[in-house]
Write a protein that binds this ligand. Structure first.
Ligand SMILES: Nc1ncnc2c1ncn2[C@@H]1O[C@H](COP(=O)(O)OP(=O)(O)OP(=O)(O)O)[C@@H](O)[C@H]1O
Ligand SMILES: [Mg+2]
Length: 308
């Protein structure tokens, strides 16, 4: 079943002088039980799409269905958890009070709410700040609280706009762990990011948005393939043999990394075996083989070229 169905949404922001097209005919589906990634560079239209899903702004055309219910119907958001792009809370409430307030809006009994809030505060390592006022929170602490606020009522669909922005490595780890667990327990998760590695290890499907349009919908395996730009083989040996190894066809020569250390970069998997064989033949010692990551921009370029 489709948890979120987006059908041909469009959004143009208009002011007196200027028109800014933010989303142009975006359609896709997030199936129930998926962790779905929404990837795109700054200004791609991710937040605009998410705001339309959440009915915070109106679409110019098309519609969004959440569990089959039109997103403009309040019932569509009954079982939804949401983290906005820049979460903000009442500054003079404490973290704990904020969560109790959130829980009360979902009709959760006080004792149950306190119990859930306690557990999540501990989980996201906010215990020391739970009784501090929000105005004393750092950016990452607000983000952690925002994530807790989005999940405290155990929603079955969770929509998060750049959930990992502002989080430190521990925060990111805790977030990923929690998302995986919630998904195992049955929640559908949809989140945006412009960082490919965040999406890579969590999502089963990814939509890539650029300039308001979907460039591609890809599976996890395709993502791994696209994000790999080749391999760097680092080896040790004498200069003469290294130069010979660099003369293999279809490689861009050999790079001296200092003293007796050299590297060959290969961009096609098909060359792998012949390079390794050649190094062995020349008695060169392989130190390491590292995959080279591709940044998001070059993935876009590759995708756009392949589309053409
Ligand atoms: N309220 C607004 N008024 C005018 N233009 C807007 C408004 N909100 C967004 N835009 C424009 O719409 C486009 C898409 O913006 P959006 O915030 O959806 O991008 P995004 O993919 O979320 O980017 P980021 O990664 O930076 O968060 C941008 O060109 C932006 O300037
Ligand atoms: Mg955004």
């Amino acid at each position: 079943m489709e948890a979120i169905k987006i059908e041909n949404i469009h959004k143009t922001f208009r002011s007196l002088k200027k028109k800014q097209k933010a989303v142009e005919g975006v359609s896709f589906c997030v199936d129930t039980g998926e962790i779905f990634g929404f990837l795109g560079p700054n200004g791609a239209g991710k937040s605009t799409t998410i705001k339309i899903i959440m009915d915070l702004i109106k679409t110019d055309e098309g519609k969004v269905l959440i569990n089959g219910i039109d997103s403009t119907d309040y019932r569509a958001r009954r079982n939804l958890g949401f983290l906005p792009e820049n979460p903000s809370f009442v500054e003079n409430l404490t973290g704990m009070e904020t969560l109790m307030f959130q829980a009360s809006m979902h009709n959760i009994q006080k004792r149950e709410a306190a119990d859930r809030a306690d557990k999540l505060i501990n989980l996201f390592e906010l215990s020391d700040s739970a009784d501090k006022q929000i105005r004393k929170y750092s950016k990452g602490m607000i983000q952690r609280l925002g994530i807790i606020a989005a999940i405290i009522h155990k929603p079955n669909i969770i929509i998060l706009d750049e959930p990992m922005s502002g989080l430190d490595p521990i925060g990111r780890y805790l977030f990923k762990k929690t998302i995986k667990r919630l998904n195992k327990e049955g929640a559908t998760i949809f989140f945006s990011s412009h960082i490919i590695s965040d999406i890579e290890d969590l999502c089963s499907n990814v939509v890539i948005l650029n300039k308001g349009k979907i460039i591609k919908t890809i599976s996890k395996d395709e993502m791994k393939y696209l994000s790999s730009a080749g391999y760097k083989i680092i080896f040790e040996g004498d200069a003469e043999s290294a130069a010979k190894a660099g003369k293999l066809s279809n490689i861009n020569g050999v790079e001296n990394l200092g003293e007796t250390l050299y590297a060959i970069t290969i961009k096609e998997a098909a060359l792998f075996a012949s390079v390794l064989e050649k190094l062995k033949e020349l008695d060169l010692k392989i130190i390491s083989i590292k995959p080279i990551g591709r940044d998001l921009e070059s993935i876009f370029i590759k995708l756009m070229r392949s589309e053409k």
